[in-house]
Design a protein around this ligand. Structure first.
Ligand code: ADP
Ligand code: MG
Length: 670
């Protein structure tokens, strides 16, 4: 996380520089990815134990975790059957009562370790009080006289461990590392030239490291964590912002702001007034397209907020200026849909619209020579994009499907078209400022009027007969429905798959015609099902989450999602965004028999709100950034102390501070 400069620091020395770390321990530490002294100092405790006083065994409460201190009065393995491992049990006594501890799988070393007469600290949750008993407790041998102030009589860190390395050894090594190297812990220098500001209320880094391992007070831990997190966020912001700065020094923005020549007639024939939010965003985009540097903008707008119209207007600005535009979608269905929309919108105005996907290609080489055109496509187009001459603007729809790496590719090729990235997965602000920190952000925070509400219900599978009846009623009254399953093929008996359920759905909804849609179908097959659904010839489609992005059929007002627990919240919200697009009231029914309380709680969030930002933030809290964004994107920054779900104010502080520093250092150079 720190800059390359820290190589010069004594903290970059191999961990064997710490007294007591020989080859064997170095090998064990390496398993925990601890290679240097600094890695050891940054090895974050997973919890703490207050060992300033111990609970008498007599006062243990059922199912309440506690630490007691007792001496072994009996121990031994019990074998129930010959040849099996058996159980190991020992009895501790602290003068107030006895505590029985059991391990189901006796290990060979246990008999030697848990010897009568030895004193141990024992941590765990009693599962019985008669007798008092804890199964699989954490234990720590008390060695009389040695380091009493490190392991007891204080708040003690419990570190992540690996087999062969006890908590006591780990704690001792970290204690020694702090003694040996404490005075070498400097404030970090992310840019090499300057230091992290130290707000008066934050401990110095050296202190923070002492406090995170050996807090004097329970409150020390969070203070220290914040300080160390701030350093991580500063380093991260430095990376992000200096990349952006560098980009701006090597690139000049193409003049793409347009002259309204095409915009005016376009808006007149659009059939609706842009919302204030759409207009506001277009102002920001126009300023970028006429700016000195290429636009790098992220457009966030909840599903159905009208991002396509914004993309259309942005494209027109560049087209008016004589530049080609590329619009990229994550799926063929979506590319086809855009192609249809834009041909309808732009065709009459004499603008060439071309499609290029894996299966269909309308563009011929000579087309790229003529008047400015709009090229629409999937990844196939993406790789070819740089062959397009006079490319002024690239629009990426539903960006989270593309990933940062692909976006970077675009930036690195040496051409610098303007870039507009559109996403319907609202990105929690913390991630907006970190993962997407090198993009400017616009938000459409208003839905077009005239939309019916979406009501969402979470139900158990035994309500399905009633649900089918409800769907049949809605179809009879003219509406259409999506029926969503998590899988294409049945591989797991508990998770329903489209191919298997298709016939059942057909029977349930007969005589209404039902279509099937999943990712393993050919492009043309998928397109013909979608066309029939759009034309209202098919009344329901049975689909995978393939329909999650962008599909726009206003008459569809019912969605049934089975095995809803298989999807992430953000994904369910996306799916749900396929309905509620017309004036009819819409209904989303989430079916789940998952017994876990947290799963039900997660699904209930969707019942309670339609606000994509709230949902994304809840999802981030519940599942972490990896789940929300994919490992590829979130793996790029492994934070030890920073918390992407909670640390908005720290991230803001880091961001502001780094930008001030970069400005003043740029000022100093020029
Ligand atoms: P998304 O932001 O999810 O991509 P779309 O661009 O697909 O949303 O828009 C959803 C629907 O709303 C489309 O049918 C579109 O024509 C319509 N729409 C967009 N903007 C407006 C507006 N200002 N007023 C009314 N309808 C609009
Ligand atoms: Mg869209």
């Amino acid at each position: 996380m720190l800059s390359p400069d820290t190589k010069l620091s004594p903290l970059a020395a191999p961990v064997s520089a710490v007294w007591g770390v020989g080859e064997d321990r170095a090998r064990l530490l390496a398993r925990l990815e601890i290679f240097t002294v600094e890695d050891l100092l940054l090895h974050r405790p997973r919890r703490y134990e207050d060992r300033r006083k111990f609970l008498p065994i007599r006062e243990l409460k059922l199912k309440e975790a506690a630490t007691v201190r007792g001496t072994i009065i009996a121990a031994g393995a019990k074998r129930f059957r010959a040849g099996t491992r058996g159980m190991f049990e020992c009895v501790f006594d602290d003068g107030t009562a006895h505590l029985h501890c059991r391990w189901w799988q006796a290990q060979p070393w246990m008999a030697d370790w848990f010897k009568t007469g030895r004193e141990f600290l024992v941590f765990g949750k009693p599962n019985s009080l008669k007798p008092r008993r804890i199964d699989h407790p954490e234990t720590e041998l008390v060695e009389p006289g040695e380091d009493e102030f490190v392991h007891v009589n204080r708040i003690v860190p419990i570190h992540p461990l690996t087999e062969g390395l006890t908590g006591r050894v780990m704690r001792t090594l970290i204690w020694r590392a702090l003694e040996q190297f404490g005075s070498e812990i400097a404030e970090p220098e992310p840019g090499g030239a300057w230091q992290t500001p130290l707000p008066p209320d934050r401990p110095a880094r050296a202190n923070a490291l002492r406090m995170i391992h050996f807090p004097e007070d329970a409150t020390d831990v969070e203070l220290a964590r914040q300080r160390l997190a701030l350093d991580e966020f500063v380093a991260l912001q430095f990376q992000i912002q200096s990349r952006r700065k560098k980009f701006e020094t090597v690139s000049r923005g193409l003049p793409c702001r347009g002259d309204n020549r095409l915009m005016k007639p376009f808006l007149t024939q659009l059939g609706f007034q842009l919302t204030a939010a759409q207009t506001g965003v277009l102002k920001e985009i126009r300023a970028d397209l006429g700016g000195a540097h290429p636009m790098r903008r992220l457009l966030q707008g909840d599903v159905g907020s009208g991002k396509t119209a914004v993309a259309g207007c942005s494209a027109l600005m560049a087209l008016e200026s004589g530049f080609n535009v590329a619009l990229m979608a994550p799926t063929e269905i979506l590319a086809e849909q855009h192609y249809r929309n834009f041909t309808k919108w732009f065709g009459p105005m004499g603008i060439q619209v071309e499609l290029q996907t894996g299966t269909r290609k309308t563009v011929r080489p000579k087309d790229t020579q003529g008047a400015a055109s709009l090229f629409i496509g999937t990844h196939a187009l993406f790789t070819a994009a740089h062959a397009l001459p006079k490319l002024g603007l690239v629009i990426i729809d539903e960006q989270h499907k593309f990933g940062v790496a692909q976006r970077e590719q675009l930036v690195r090729k040496g051409h610098y078209p303007h870039l507009l990235v559109m996403t319907a997965t609202p990105i929690p602000r913390t991630l907006g400022l970190t993962l997407y920190g090198d993009l400017d952000v616009s938000v459409i925070d208003e839905l077009p009027g005239g939309r019916g509400r979406i009501k969402t219900f979470v139900r158990a599978a035994d309500t399905l007969p009633k649900v089918w009846e409800f769907i049949r009623k809605k179809i009879s009254s003219g509406r259409q429905a999506y029926i969503v399953y998590p899988r294409v093929e049945a591989t797991d008996k508990d998770v329903k798959a489209v191919t298997k359920e298709f016939e059942a759905v057909r029977r349930a909804l007969a005589p209404f015609p039902v279509g099937l849609l999943h990712g393993r179908m050919k492009g043309a097959e998928k397109e013909s099902v979608m066309a029939a659904f759009r034309a209202d010839e098919i009344k329901a489609v049975v689909a995978t989450s393939l329909i999650e992005v962008g599909v726009d059929v206003a008459n569809a007002s019912v969605m049934l999602i089975e095995n809803a627990e298989q999807f992430g919240l953000a994904q369910l919200h996306q799916l749900r965004g396929r309905i509620g697009r017309g004036a009819h009231e819409s209904f989303c029914i989430l079916i789940s028999d998952a017994p876990q309380e947290e799963v039900q709680a997660r699904l209930k969030i969707l019942e309670s709100t339609n606000d994509g930002f709230k949902i994304a933030e809840a999802d981030l809290r519940l599942r972490g950034p990896g789940e929300l964004l994919g490992q590829e994107q979130s793996g790029s920054m492994r934070l030890r102390f920073g918390d992407l779900a909670e640390d908005l104010s720290l991230i803001r502080q880091a961001r502001k501070w780094v930008s001030l520093q970069l400005e003043s250092s740029a000022g100093a150079v020029t």
